[in-house]
Ligand binder design. Structure first.
Ligand code: OTU
Length: 632
């Protein structure tokens, strides 16, 4: 520690109490916490008052830590890759749509155990404003559970059940904004100047207009602009997302401390992973898009450091749907190496999977993945096929150009294709926030986008079979790419679009609700029937889970190299970890495809494709949509 930091540390020690382990952690991470905060707030007189309160909250959390959680702290300190190992498999679900209540989720744990799940992300469950509330992303009370779902005690009980099952619980921390109904915002509306300073508000349009000149819009259709006029306040409020989601002002150290306290209380309830929602937006700077500013990384590092001192078992996951170069920074690069999040969504992989499926070509995917910066040390990706949000076709001109395509035309093609508007398309999705130039984002469940919905409606068995193969292929790639794979609720049984979403007036302006269907337990009950769609899908995905768990090369911190296979319809990926090798070969078409078997031998793996293909003379022949995992 540098001398002046040492002095701060010694001073902190005089005020704090804790056991030996706590004091060791405090010393180890002190500079990582104090440093960024001094950089951000050193000149702000409010900081001197907030700092002791923050330290006290950290010490209190550590002291009150449940013995079971303390044990977990030790366990994860010696197994820092616990989320990155090959046995890790995630599942994402809405509490109400999956099981009604938190108590209901507890009763459904056998289903998740059966599937091999080790990590459960429950969609926003803290008390939100009444609908519309952006699926819970407009929090009115970070200290309470949504009453219809249960109580904090139910959450604690669920976390404990999960722990007994070897499953970790991930919960959203909506850090960028609160609901307009949150007590801080309500106090501000009632004239409380201190709370008003938690938000970014402006007396007239001059400053908002200056920002708008370079700000993109997240929901231009149903929530245009980034500012909302509040008559009660007589001011414009910064609202990046919906008008009822007020952006917090992180230039105010009180806001940092208030959010730190939210995180600390969640750790005390037994939450294992914090999903930092919309984290790129935390710091605004005029003349920029107000995302990924360097200060965001100071904030994330400080949050992380305080959690490492208070409750080291808790991991961080970044929700940052930004360009690859920006994305990796949330996993800690440069001076933040090893000090930010453990996990971040690999949005680019998800987009490329769907792009390859629609175009039946892998050049773009291979090129774009080869151009991805390597995953920073000690961190890993979250890989996934679908999630609760729309798919934004994040394909850059640069990557498209390298594959001989136009970025604009390809993005437009994908928007058309997945809306079912392109000749020969098998998809049944919908456009989300369409733009005047024909581009759009896409909504729809994996089953709808992969053609299962259309095929089943048409009663076309051959197409149903192809759709199932597509879904299995996408999951086989997400599971073997390297990273913690996430299954989105219902994809394991091919849940179709929710037909009723648009009849709910509180949701009908946002078609993302189309791909947030209710779990169909009757359909899930058919998972053992090998003749049913559910049985075929569930069986195949369950096999992927099992095989993944036995494949050390899938460790998230392994080396990943996309390969040119000599066939533009076959994607190749070589993985290596701790002396284990895996070659993934994936046919993205409905026809058989061949690759020279020399490719397999060259990479030191055995050409044993199982059901994905066969050997024929000098070729490895992959069946339609076949994905082979070849090991050494
Ligand atoms: C997230 O998504 C959530 O996943 C959404 O469901 C919420 O609506 C939103 O935050 C607001 O809380 O823009 O289109 O780079 O892309 O935070 C979805 C991150 C979003 C953003 C992301 C955001």
């Amino acid at each position: 520690m540098r001398a002046e930091v040492r002095a701060d540390f010694e001073r902190a020690l005089t005020e704090l109490d804790g056991d030996d382990a706590f004091l060791v952690r405090l010393e180890r991470h002190f500079a990582d916490l104090r440093g960024p905060l001094v950089e951000l707030y050193g000149a702000d007189p409010r900081f001197d008052e907030q700092w002791p309160a923050l330290l006290a909250a950290v010490a209190r959390t550590a002291a009150a830590r449940d013995p079971e959680l303390r044990e977990l702290d030790h366990e994860r300190e010696i197994t820092p890759d616990w989320l990155h190992r090959e046995h890790a498999v995630g599942y994402v679900a809405y509490v109400d749509r999956f099981a009604g209540t938190l108590q209901g989720v507890r009763e459904r744990l056998p289903y998740l155990r059966e599937l091999g799940v080790t990590y459960l992300h429950l969609m926003p469950l803290l008390r939100a404003r009444p609908a519309p509330n952006d699926g819970g992303y407009a929090v009115a009370d970070y200290g309470a559970v949504e009453p219809a779902l249960g109580t904090i005690d139910d959450l604690r009980a669920l976390a404990s059940d999960l722990r007994a099952e070897g499953m970790a619980l991930c919960v959203d921390v909506v850090v960028n904004h609160t609901a307009r109904e949150h007590p801080w915002a309500q106090a501000a509306l009632a004239g409380d100047g201190r709370r008003l300073a938690y938000y970014r508000t402006f007396e007239d349009r001059s400053v908002p207009d200056a920002y708008e000149a370079t700000l993109p819009q997240v929901f231009p259709d149903h929530a245009p602009g980034n500012f909302t006029w509040e008559p009660a306040l007589g001011r414009w409020v910064w609202t990046t997302f919906n008008p009822y989601q007020w952006d917090l002002d992180y230039t105010n150290p009180e806001v940092f401390v208030a959010m730190a306290e939210v995180m600390l209380s969640l750790s005390a309830v037994g939450v294992d992973v914090l999903r930092l929602d919309a984290v790129p937006f935390l710091w605004k700077r005029r003349g920029t898009d107000c995302q990924n500013q360097p200060e965001v990384h100071l904030l994330v590092q400080a949050f992380r450091a305080l959690m490492r001192i208070a409750a080291p078992a808790v991991a961080f996951k970044a929700e940052a749907i930004v360009s690859p170069r920006q994305l990796v920074t949330y996993l800690g690069v440069g001076r933040h190496e090893g000090k930010e999040c453990d996990l971040a969504y690999h949005n680019v992989l998800m987009v490329l999977l769907w792009s390859a499926l629609a175009s039946r070509r892998v050049a773009l995917m291979t090129h774009a993945l080869r151009a991805m910066p390597p995953v920073p040390r000690g961190a890993g990706w979250l890989t996934y096929v679908r999630c609760h949000d729309d798919i934004g076709w994040a394909i850059t001109e640069e990557d498209a150009g390298a594959a001989g395509e136009s970025g604009h035309l390809h993005r437009r093609f994908l928007a058309d294709f997945y809306a079912g508007d392109f000749p020969g398309s098998f998809a049944r999705g919908a456009r989300f926030q369409p733009e005047p130039d024909g581009e759009a984002r896409t909504s729809g469940t994996a089953a709808a986008l992969a053609g299962l919905e259309a095929a089943a409606d048409a009663g076309d068995e051959e197409q149903v079979d192809l759709a199932i193969r597509r879904l299995v292929l996408l999951h086989a790639l997400a599971f073997s790419h390297g990273g913690l794979p996430l299954l989105y609720m219902g994809d394991e049984i091919g849940l179709r679009n929710d037909v009723a979403w648009s009849q709910d007036p509180l949701r009908s302006d946002d078609n993302r609700w189309m791909h947030r269907p209710w779990m169909d337990w009757a359909a899930a009950g058919r998972r053992y029937d090998p003749g049913s769609v559910e049985g075929r899908l569930w069986g195949a995905i369950h096999r992927l889970v099992e095989e993944r768990k036995a494949s050390p090369a899938m460790h998230a911190q392994g080396r990943s190299e996309p390969l040119w296979t000599g066939n533009d319809h076959v994607f190749g990926l070589l993985r290596e970890h701790a002396g284990h090798r895996l070659l993934v070969l994936a046919n993205v078409t409905e026809h058989e495809q061949r690759v020279g078997v020399h490719l397999v031998h060259e990479h030191g793996v055995v050409p044993r494709p199982g059901g994905a293909g066969r050997l024929e003379a000098d070729d490895l022949v992959l069946v339609p949509y076949g994905c082979a995992w070849l090991t050494s």
